[in-house]
Design a protein around this ligand. Structure first.
Ligand code: 1HE
Length: 260
């Protein structure tokens, strides 16, 4: 099924094994308002069973200008907490949802836009990409999961620098620091994401599940607890029929070799 959502904020194509979700608010630089965060949440909850990987990309010159600042000034403290929690719920559904998600980045990836990107499992940055956390300059703090996710990618000190000084990281710096795993030329991001998504979609679903759900949790645990959880997850994965079939295929010379 290919569709544009009713609010016109997202274009969603879930017809194949790779779902493609496009931020479609270029006039506002894909700034995220309440309706868009709700659409992202429901889209990722409702991904059809045949979908094996997803791509998020964006229309216009910028991936995402972050929080829609026009919605901010009338909120009370209590409403602010509920608002932040709605971003957490939506981005948790991306990070800990059904399938791995690849973000294709270009132009501004700032504030809540970087929080969205950091909830994805793989980030492909086109050379036009730049990363910023202007919350410090706007009198705000991150509220879309950035304080939990961004330091896990680049460390607390780099994030503190970005927030305190307004430092912008280029696409090359983003690649070097871990904000992006791939750097491509302008216009090439979507094709790269499709190539990666097709490889991901060909993995055993339980292996992808383990990478998405067990790996980050293990990294957050003590080594001893993490190693125990690793053993459980490894045993569950290797007991699955998909693993047995793949092992047999390799031993019978029917599976690809690991070559550079
Ligand atoms: C917006 C927003 C927005 C653009 N909220 N309306 N994010 C920021 O602090 C980034 C603010 N945006 C910018 O710095 C620039 O817009 C960009 C560098 C991203 C793009 O610049 P440019 O010259 O291409 O576009 P523009 O002329 O600035 O903006 C075009 C329109 O989009 C304009 O509206 P118009 O009605 O005058 O045409 C802008 O007002 C509108 N627009 N960005 C609302 N962010 C969960 S907590 C997360 C906290 C944060 O994310 S804080 C960071 C917020």
């Amino acid at each position: 099924m290919s569709q544009v959502n009713a609010g016109g904020l997202l274009a969603i194509d879930t017809s194949g094994p790779v779902a493609v979700i496009r931020l479609a608010r270029p006039a506002k630089r894909n700034a995220i308002n309440d309706a868009l965060i709700a659409e992202l949440h429901t889209t990722f909850i409702n991904l059809p069973e045949h979908v094996r990987a997803a791509i998020i990309h964006a229309e216009g010159d910028h991936f995402c200008a972050g929080l829609d600042l026009s919605e901010l000034h009338s909120r009370t403290v209590a409403e602010g907490i509920v608002h932040s929690r709605s971003w957490h719920a939506a981005f948790d559904q991306i990070q800990f949802g059904k399938v791995p998600v690849i973000a294709v980045l270009h132009g501004a990836v700032v504030g809540g836009g970087l929080e969205l990107a950091s909830a994805c499992h793989i980030r492909v940055a086109e050379r036009s990409t730049y990363f910023g956390l202007p919350e410090g300059q706007r009198g705000l703090f991150v509220g879309g999961g950035g304080s939990a996710r961004v330091p896990r990618l680049i460390g607390v000190s780099r994030m503190a620098d970005m927030m305190l000084t307004g430092r912008i990281l280029s696409s090359e710096e983003g690649l070097a620091t871990g904000l992006a795993q791939y750097l491509v030329e302008p216009g090439e991001g979507l094709a790269k994401a499709h190539a990666l998504a097709e490889r991901i979609a060909s993995n055993a679903p339980l292996s992808n599940f383990a990478v998405m759900h067990a790996l980050p949790r293990i990294a957050d645990q003590s080594q001893s607890d993490g190693l125990f959880m690793e053993s459980l997850m490894a045993a569950i994965a290797q007991g699955d029929q998909a693993a047995k079939d793949r092992m047999t295929a390799f031993l019978e010379g029917r599976a690809g070799k690991v070559k550079a």
